[in-house]
Design a protein around this ligand. Sequence first.
Ligand SMILES: Nc1nc2c(ncn2[C@@H]2O[C@H](COP(=O)(O)OP(=O)(O)OP(=O)(O)O)[C@@H](O)[C@H]2O)c(=O)[nH]1
Ligand SMILES: [Mg+2]
Length: 751
Amino acid sequence: MALVAHIDSGKTTLTESILFSSSYLSCSGSVDTGSTTTDFLPVERERGITVQSASIPVQWKHWTFNLIDTPGHADFGMEVESASRVVDGAVVLLDSVEGVEAQTKGVWAQLNRYDVPTRMMFFNKLDRPGASFRNTLLSLLSHRFHPNPSVLTIPIASFDPVRYTQGEPGVEGLVDLVTWNLWKWQGGQHTIHPLPRTIEELQESPLFPTNHPIVPHLPVARTQLLENLSMFSEELMEELLELPSSPSAYLGVDEKTIMPHLRKATIEGSTLPIVCGSALNHIGTEILMNYVGELFPSPLDLPHEPQDRNPPVRLLAWKVNWDARRGWMTFVRVYSGKLTKQSVLLNASRNQREKVSKLLLLYASDVQEVDELPVGSVGVILGLKHTRTGDTLVSIGGKSEQRAVLRDITPPPAVISTSVIPRSHSDLEPVQNALDALTRTDPSVRVDTQDGQLLVHALGTLHLEIVENKLRDDWNVNFEFGQRRVSYREGLTDKKPDANWAKWASDIGGKPFAVTLPLEVRPMTHDEKGDPAWDGNLVLGPTGEPLPPPEAIQSPRLAAIAEGVSTALSNSPHSGLAMTRVFVRIGKPADDFNPTPVLNAATVAVLRNRIRESPVGPLYEPYVHLKVSVPENSFGLVINDITEHGGVVLDLGEDSGSSFDGSEATPYPEEGLYIPPEWLSPSGSRDSRWGKRGATKHVVHATAPLSRMFDFSNRLRALTEGHGTFEMAVAGFKDVLASRGLEILKEIGRA
Ligand SMILES: Nc1nc2c(ncn2[C@@H]2O[C@H](COP(=O)(O)OP(=O)(O)OP(=O)(O)O)[C@@H](O)[C@H]2O)c(=O)[nH]1
Ligand SMILES: [Mg+2]
């Protein structure tokens, strides 16, 4: 399972707490002092952010699960992409002061893209002033994450009724509504107490001081949870109907009765379980682990290849790393069979043999060597020479259908590039080799040569900085980076082509040759969605289905044409930019005798020609989403700066309901869910973005062109005397006005 979330919501802290609570660590480290297990790279420890995901096996009670801690910064979105590809479940964290944030939506979309079936939410940082369980829950509904969340635990801010109403200290206890237990934290220790099963006994219970305001709410919350669950299970509904009609009846229902229904609803995705706590104080961590164990599917609960006596091995390389001491480390998930050390595999994506030397389980930077990795497990292979992130490896000599490649991982689109200038002529080759190695580990880094210049493309400014560091520190090569440049895109102009545009005629070996390609090409319409696998274009196959990338297409003739489409769209004859928002439909290739290389060359030629014949298309540039926190006195200055640089302010941060992309959607209804009243999670009532007024810092949400935001950190420092902070994440491409288009063409030397 993966931990995914917006930057700084506490994933690494929660990982550390899980390792501590499951007794792997005797004392937990902290991101604030740079001592955690999973953030072990020097740059991670310096900056306190996660850059690369780390996978770690966890033993909890009778369960074993692999935990993947991912980075929250969108510049490292590739890491979330590949983690989403291999996990069966994800825990999504929210900072309870902030609620849903921009990248929460980003990672949620990534989980959707890879069909991660099972998810759970953890409302973290309830100890912070301004945290609110209620508002965080409401933000989930208003951003339409799930129509049927199930609240499994309720926080108790304090056991002292007076301090409780002030929301201090934030979270001292949790009520587990399923097991009907109370968890109390005092001085770093916790105790667990079963709650009484009747309302009268609960009211009298010495577990709570008299008149504690939370008590009357607990039966309500449990009743609502059970009724909500019974919507997904007739069996549970019948059991509830048979209960005596006393107000206490639902309190008597045993956890063993509830859990199977909750588990089924969670695995199907009909509900989204919600737990909460404070990872920093280890509050709620064990409850979270209990629910991961109880509710998340085992690999055998999900559709999988039949595992009879000696099933063939099939695995996906979801991450490749270079380690100075151990060499190439290939992180794999085993989807079938049992992988043993010293075996030979076929890399089905590249048709190359690979020899497995050792197998490892990785506890962050510590390792344990093992002899085998069984089906469902996640581990590391040493010794592979050619395998890249996203490749499928299978047993040698299996039947051809067993060699089918698993679904690949699609890197997010690159938005920024820079030239790489080797210091001297003799540095060129080492620099090229280092770049090649880097793209093997991180497919979201792309390298190409334009006008004799070596260019590296990345997902954002921070990503580019990390690339620079890695080239210097891991590969010791001598180079300089040139100026950073935004990656623009060109669209297609709609001009009706000649009737015969898709016919290609040539001479091959003195013989005339003609082929008509089954292509339909036009600009995408406004409401069509670009496919990330095709860099924002939309490419359909013969039956109208979205085509996978060429290397994953089974039919060689279709693959040859698709490859040609991909090549032609990768740079426009007008601007040299990659094309975007082009619709291509590839029909069924005719059964003629044209060899596949001819089909491929012909596709490139006719499609290029088609684009060249149309006038230069609209230009697109990447936009970023900005979240800026500024003191009151520089608020106006910062807003001016953003608008002067082409930005648009979306929200002034006081209203959690509006969405970041500016689109207004109706929230999911609150009906049928347990939503605690405002005063029940009182820490939200003061000093927060949830509060009406009185915040000392203002929050601005805006979008702006990336090209004009490169030096925003310097500008913000100057405008706020160092008191402003901001987060920036790429929010996609937007088409630009003709005047800006001309500027762009000038900038890239095409006008
Ligand atoms: N008060 C409070 N602070 C927390 C809690 N959990 C994490 N933090 C703090 O929040 C900051 C970010 O925590 P991380 O664990 O690095 O967050 P992350 O989600 O891993 O961040 P990225 O990996 O960079 O996306 C650190 O300063 C933590 O100490 C919590 O429960 N309460
Ligand atoms: Mg982290």
